[in-house]
Design a protein around this ligand. Structure first.
Ligand code: SAH
Length: 215
């Protein structure tokens, strides 16, 4: 990103989101309010407002802002929703969700990441997020069902426990496919009749792994 005032930087950031298909006003407004710079530390902080994924701790990545926007928009959130996010990472996506819904549960397999994210949520006064350190592919049965579920790491197939924890009428958005290849971002709707799938676009995410991380 070139030099410029903060207002200019914000305008460019929002312009990039719109030009890549993030058009939902509530989503754009939440993304305007949550400063991505707070979630990118160290070496890459100068690139926090570029529309690109960036490395974070534990060999993970903070997603590309336009993909965060498209996924958030695909969830068709309402203010009453209770949402589960699998893959807290930096906490950026959870922070955006927290401005749009009633309650966010976010889970990551790395304690180091959830601890940093929790501190950020506290410092930003985002009080409706609860953070867990666990293998999120099992979901959070004690807090289910969820109105919406967002998975920000790629599995080969939608994990069964997550589908089971989706409320009827609920939506889950997740990347599926091999971790070293291009994956498909899909949306699953659960209705009385069953599960309905649609494909949104090609994406690339880090893999959804089993068990707890070492850090
Ligand atoms: N949503 C994040 C980006 C996530 S990167 C953000 O806004 O910054 C994907 C994250 O998924 C990584 O932090 C990784 O540790 C986590 N992850 C991978 N497999 C997991 C699992 N089984 N359970 C929970 N988290 C997992």
């Amino acid at each position: 990103m070139t030099d410029g005032s903060e207002a200019e930087r914000k305008m460019q950031f929002l312009f990039a989101l719109r030009s890549r298909g993030v058009t939902d006003k509530a989503v754009l407004s939440a993304m305007e309010k949550i400063d991505r710079g707070a979630f990118v530390q160290g070496l890459f902080s100068g690139r926090a407002y570029d529309d690109t994924p960036l490395p974070i701790a534990c060999g993970q990545t903070i997603s590309q802002p336009s993909i965060v926007g498209l996924m958030t928009q695909a969830l068709q959130l309402t203010p009453r929703d209770k949402v589960l996010e699998v893959g807290t990472g930096s906490g950026y996506q959870a922070a955006i969700l927290s401005l749009l819904v009633r309650r966010v549960y976010t889970v990551d397999r790395f304690r180091r990441l959830t601890r940093t994210a929790e501190e950020l949520f506290r410092s930003l006064d985002l009080t409706n997020i609860t953070t867990f350190t666990a293998d999120g592919s099992h979901g959070l049965p004690e807090h289910a069902p969820f109105d919406k579920i967002l998975v920000t790491a790629a599995a080969e197939d939608p994990p069964g426990p997550l589908l089971a924890q989706l409320r009827i009428g609920g939506i889950m958005v997740l990347p599926v496919g091999q971790s070293d290849a291009v994956q498909s971002l899909i949306r699953v709707r659960r209705t009385e009749e069953g599960l309905h799938y649609d494909e949104l676009r090609d994406v690339r995410f880090v893999p959804l792994l089993e068990g707890l991380g070492k850090e």
